[in-house]
Design a protein around this ligand. Structure first.
Ligand code: A2P
Length: 352
């Protein structure tokens, strides 16, 4: 068990405790020994009265309500954008700091968007809400930041291969049911996804803007710039949903102002926090989502010179979307707040 070595204990609530990210939040708070004096599990009316395991105990799930945030220090929210929009301000008004996994507040200029390996300092400016970035953005940021720090990246071209877990626990079950149906010669049912995902893939199914980019792609563009603290980087993304149960993959092309040798990039990434280098060129062995699943580190490999550009570098990245792409990043933010004594809501923000 990891010991975060914090002297105080905190009253924590998980909003969306019954979801895929909620389950991982429970596991991580326990395994990382986050100091909890009281833990509240919140979800919709549907789950009220059920229980969930935390360590050796079974804890009750409550339906979220206005009073649910009384006497809570930290809310870890992962219940979708509309739920966060409704409840996060109420939690802040009750004095809690909300670490929000939804996209509701990410691009709000008053809300820090934090990846602890990249911009931990941003957390200090919170006014009650800290946003956890989009999962594909977090994985790319962890892998690209160590290189960007040494030599600023000018342009990023990324293609993603996103697993069913990105759409939640029910989406993972839907894909399994589709696979069983197809193997039995039946027509697969779709409920969460617009099309069958099993034995198939499709461009990410978020709304498309006037430029032809879907929301997920624009999140990668806008959120990466906010996290890196620069609007100078040019970014284009193509996001695709693939029939993988858990963990996302990304093919990332980086263009620098000057050449960046793969040997130097490999050395930098070898020592980078939150990154694990996975490369055996002879065996053609590189990061795979099956090996990234359940792991904290972002796996990086296939670091090679882009033969089409003297200042280009290609990298291949896999990371657990539920863990580093969501729950782990949120718990690391909570640890950061506790370590740096950044809990508590400024009076002006609480009364808003
Ligand atoms: P519930 O299980 O009661 O529906 P996932 O992303 O894995 O699908 O999980 C979504 C999480 O968000 C679940 O815990 C779900 O609770 C919760 N949730 C969804 N809608 C609401 C809502 N309106 N109020 C509170 N929690 C919600």
């Amino acid at each position: 068990m990891e010991d975060t070595n914090l002297s105080q204990s905190y009253r924590v609530a998980i909003l969306g405790a019954t979801g895929a990210v909620g389950a991982e939040l429970l596991e991580l708070l326990y395994s990382r020994n986050f100091p909890i004096s009281e833990l509240k599990l919140l979800a919709s009316e549907r789950s009220a009265g059920t229980t969930l395991p935390f360590g050796g105990e079974m804890l009750p799930v409550e339906a979220v309500s206005a009073r649910a945030f009384d006497n809570v220090d930290i809310v870890l929210a992962s219940a979708g954008g509309s739920t966060s929009k409704l409840w996060a301000p109420k939690a802040v008004a009750a004095g809690a700091v909300v670490i929000d996994n939804s996209s509701a507040f990410r691009m709000d200029a008053t809300v820090p968007l934090v990846v602890p390996e990249v911009n931990p300092q941003a957390a200090a400016s919170h006014r009650g809400i800290i946003a956890n970035p989009n999962c594909t953005t977090i994985l790319m940021a962890v892998a690209v930041w160590p290189l960007h720090k040494v030599r600023p990246v000018k342009r990023i071209v990324v293609a993603t291969y996103q697993s069913a877990s990105g759409a939640g626990a029910r989406a993972m079950e839907e894909m399994k049911a589709q696979a069983r149906a197809i193997l039995a010669g039946e027509t697969p049912k779709t409920d969460i996804f617009p099309y069958p995902l099993a034995f198939n893939l499709f461009p990410h199914n978020t709304p498309i803007n006037d430029l032809g980019y879907c929301e997920e792609e624009m999140k990668m563009v806008n959120e990466t710039r906010k996290i890196f603290g620069t609007d100078e980087i040019k970014i284009t993304a193509t996001c695709v949903r693939v029939p993988v149960l858990r963990a996302h993959s990304e093919a990332i092309n980086l263009e620098f102002a000057e050449p960046f040798s793969p040997i130097e990039a490999r050395e930098i990434l070898k020592g980078a926090i939150g990154v694990k280098l996975v490369e055996d060129w002879q065996a053609n062995y590189f990061p795979m989502p099956s090996e990234a699943s359940g792991k904290d580190d972002v796996l990086v490999g296939r670091i090679r010179q882009d033969i089409s550009h003297p200042c280009g570098l290609e990298i291949w990245v896999c990371g657990d979307q539920i863990r580093k792409g969501a729950a782990l990043n949120a718990v690391q933010i909570a640890e950061l707040l506790a370590q740096k004594d950044l809990l508590g809501v400024p009076a002006a923000a609480a009364s808003n």
